[in-house]
Ligand binder design. Structure first.
Ligand code: PBG
Length: 325
C-alpha cells in the first residue's frame, strides 16, 4: 500500500453514504436473542433492581412479553426459571409441572413461531445455589449429568426448540444429545455454553434468578478468566459431543475468545452479553455519564465484529427500536 499522501483513509469517511458502502459489520434484529425470567404466580412483573427494564414475569405476563418479541421480529428468547421451592437436587428443574415447563407450553401455544431456548442448569433450583449435586462441599460431575439429562428431556417434552446447557459439567453435551435422541428429539439443537467463565459480571443475573451460590464460588467448574487455549479445548469437546451452536460467555471481556472460536471452528457462535455488561451501561447512562444507545450499539457491534453470529442480550428490544430510527 502506498503511503501518505497518496493513500488517505479519511477519504472514505467523509460522508455517511460512503461510510455505509464500506461498513464491514452490520448489527441486525436477526442476531438477537432476548433472555427472560419466569416466576410462579399471576399478573406479576417484578422489575430487577440491578437490571432496569428487565422483569421476573409470571407465565401470563411472560406470554405478553413473548408476543412483543415476536412483533418486534426478534427470532428467539432464552428462558430462566425461578422455582417455588429449592432443594439439594433442584427437583423443580425436571418436574413436569415446573416453572419452565409451564412457561414453554404457554409461549409455544400463544406464539408458536418465537424460538424458545431453555437454559439448562441447576443453580436456580438448588438450595445451595450450585450448578450440580454437592457432596462433601464439592460439585459432583457425573451424578449431576443424570439430572441435566432429565431437565433437558423435560424441556424438550414441554416444547422447547433449543436446549442450552450452562452448567459447565464435563460430558454434559454428549449425555444430553444421547438422551434427546433416545427420546425422539433428534432434531432439537443444542446451544452449548462452551466457554463459560467464572465471571463477576453475572452479579445482577444472580439477583434476577435468585441463584447465587450459598457457599464458595463456581471456580471449580466455570473457566478461569485468564485462559483462552482452554476455551478452544472446551469448544472442541462440545462440538465432538454434538453441540450445534457454541457459546462464549461473557462477551465483552472475551472478544478475543469469540474471535478465536469463530476462526478455529467455523461453527455458529453465540455470545452472551451478560447481566453485568448490561447493568454497567444502564447505570452509567442513568447518571448521564454515557449515551446508552450509542454505547450499547458500539458494544454489540464489537461482539459481532469479533465473530459472533448471534448475541444473547438484555438490550435486544431496545436495539430493534434504535435500528428502526
Ligand atoms: C446459570 C446461568 C448464569 C447465567 C446464565 N446462566 C449464572 C451463573 O452461571 O452464575 C448468567 C447470565 C447473565 O449474567 O446475564 N448457570
Amino acid at each position: 500500500m502506498s503511503v501518505f499522501p497518496i493513500y488517505r483513509p479519511r477519504r472514505l469517511r467523509s460522508n455517511e453514504n460512503l461510510r455505509r458502502l464500506v461498513r464491514e459489520t452490520h448489527l441486525s434484529v436477526d442476531d438477537l436473542i432476548y433472555p427472560m425470567f419466569v416466576v410462579h404466580g399471576q399478573n406479576t412483573a417484578n422489575e430487577i433492581t440491578s437490571m432496569p427494564g428487565c422483569y421476573q414475569y409470571s407465565v401470563d405476563r411472560l406470554v405478553i412479553a413473548a408476543k412483543e418479541l415476536a412483533s418486534l421480529g426478534i427470532p428467539g428468547t432464552i428462558l430462566f426459571g425461578i422455582p417455588e421451592n429449592k432443594d439439594p437436587f433442584g427437583s423443580e428443574a425436571y418436574a413436569d409441572d415446573g416453572i419452565i415447563q409451564q412457561a414453554v407450553c404457554a409461549i409455544k401455544d400463544a406464539v408458536p413461531d418465537l424460538l424458545v431456548i431453555t437454559d439448562v442448569c441447576l443453580c436456580e433450583y438448588t438450595d445451595h445455589g450450585h450448578c450440580g449435586i454437592v457432596e462433601d462441599g464439592e460439585v459432583q460431575n457425573d451424578p449431576t449429568l443424570d439430572l441435566l439429562v432429565q431437565e433437558s428431556v423435560s424441556h424438550a417434552h414441554a416444547g422447547a426448540d433449543v436446549i442450552a446447557p450452562s452448567d459447565m459439567m464435563d460430558g454434559r453435551v454428549g449425555a444430553i444429545r444421547y438422551a434427546l435422541d433416545e427420546a425422539g428429539y433428534e432434531n432439537i439443537p443444542i446451544m452449548a455454553y462452551s466457554a463459560k467463565y467464572a465471571s463477576a459480571f453475572y452479579g445482577p443475573f444472580r439477583d434476577a434468578a435468585e441463584s447465587a451460590p450459598q457457599f464458595g464460588d463456581r471456580r471449580s467448574y466455570q473457566m478461569d478468566p485468564a485462559n483462552s487455549e482452554e476455551a478452544l479445548r472446551e469448544v472442541t469437546l462440545d462440538i465432538e459431543e454434538g453441540a450445534d451452536i457454541v457459546m462464549v460467555k461473557p462477551a465483552l471481556s472475551y472478544l478475543d475468545v469469540i474471535s478465536q472460536v469463530k476462526t478455529e471452528f467455523q461453527m455458529p457462535v453465540a455470545a452472551y452479553n451478560v447481566s453485568g455488561e448490561y447493568a454497567m451501561i444502564k447505570a452509567a447512562a442513568q447518571n448521564g455519564w454515557i449515551d446508552e444507545k450509542r454505547v450499547a450499539l458500539e458494544v454489540l457491534t464489537s461482539i459481532k465484529r469479533a465473530g459472533a453470529d448471534m448475541i444473547l442480550t438484555y438490550f435486544a428490544k431496545s436495539v430493534v427500536e434504535w435500528l428502526e430510527n
